[in-house]
Design a protein around this ligand. Structure first.
Ligand code: PGA
Length: 259
């Protein structure tokens, strides 16, 4: 894991956008997109680069990490709607190239299998954007998720439903269930970008990066991946024991190496 501590959330967004831009400019790419507040700055930066610098997503495909069960793709709080509104409708992805899970699927297990097959048929994910929940989840893999899990239905913890209630009129409106890529699925992406900003994420970041690999902190499974960039602002890094070491090594990293 490479832990990169940056002064502000804007620096996190710019650095994540740099890595995604580099991937997209390399050729046809498969992007793994997260929803939630964390990647919004990254998406805004990519939209700006599309509008001002001609960064094109016309040769890219995208796969969402997760979706609420019971919400139609057109529901304003569905992750299909979220990603369209916050990112993809403002750039130039081709029709049908932004894929998500069907929250209304009558057979969630079949839908999960179909999604895994679509990711595989696309050649796998080149770069996967990830946030982290205050309980250590990635995607919607809540604590005790199997470190080898595949796309499947999960029940949200009370803590996650409370965290996400801000997007809904009331806590009771937050669905209980979700479909999410599994930790085993996420770990097959070639490069993982884990983003976290703010003090509220500091404990989860410390457990994920410096704690043991354990299902109680699902993000710790990323320690098993050979190419993870953890981009955090000072506040999200505040509980890391080895901050000085991460800052020193990143400060002396050769510029040609990239993320
Ligand atoms: P957030 O959520 O980006 O809205 O904080 C992160 C997550 O739940 O994975």
């Amino acid at each position: 894991m490479e832990i990169i501590i940056l002064p502000t959330p804007d620096d996190v967004a710019r650095t994540a956008a740099d890595a995604i831009e580099e991937q997209v400019r390399r050729g046809p790419s498969v992007l793994g997109l997260a929803t939630g507040s964390t990647p919004l700055g990254t998406y805004q930066e990519l939209i700006r680069r599309h509008q001002e610098d001609g960064l094109s997503f016309a040769a890219a495909q995208a796969f969402l990490l997760d979706e609420y069960v019971g919400l139609h793709a057109a529901h304003p709080q569905s992750y299909h709607s979220f990603i369209r509104k916050e990112f993809t409708e403002s750039v130039d992805f081709g029709d049908g190239t932004v894929h998500g899970l069907d929250g209304l699927a009558g057979d969630p297990a079949a839908e999960a299998a179909r999604y895994e097959a679509r990711i595989a048929a696309a050649g796998g994910v080149d770069i996967q954007v990830l946030g982290i929940g205050t309980d250590g989840h990635v995607g919607f893999n809540e604590p005790m998720s199997s470190l080898a899990s595949r796309t499947r239905i999960k029940t949200l913890t009370r803590q996650t439903r409370q965290d996400n209630a801000r997007f809904f009129a009331a806590l009771e409106d937050v669905p209980d269930h979700v479909l999410t890529q599994g930790l085993g699925t996420i770990r097959e992406a070639r490069h993982l970008l884990l983003l976290a900003m703010g003090e509220a994420k500091a404990e989860a970041v410390a457990a994920a990066v410096e704690g043991p690999v354990a299902a109680v902190c699902p993000a710790s499974a990323l320690q098993l991946h050979p190419h993870v960039s953890v981009l955090v602002d000072e506040a999200a890094a505040s509980r890391l024991a080895h901050r000085g070491y991460y800052q020193d090594t990143f400060g002396r990293k050769p510029a040609w190496q990239g993320l």
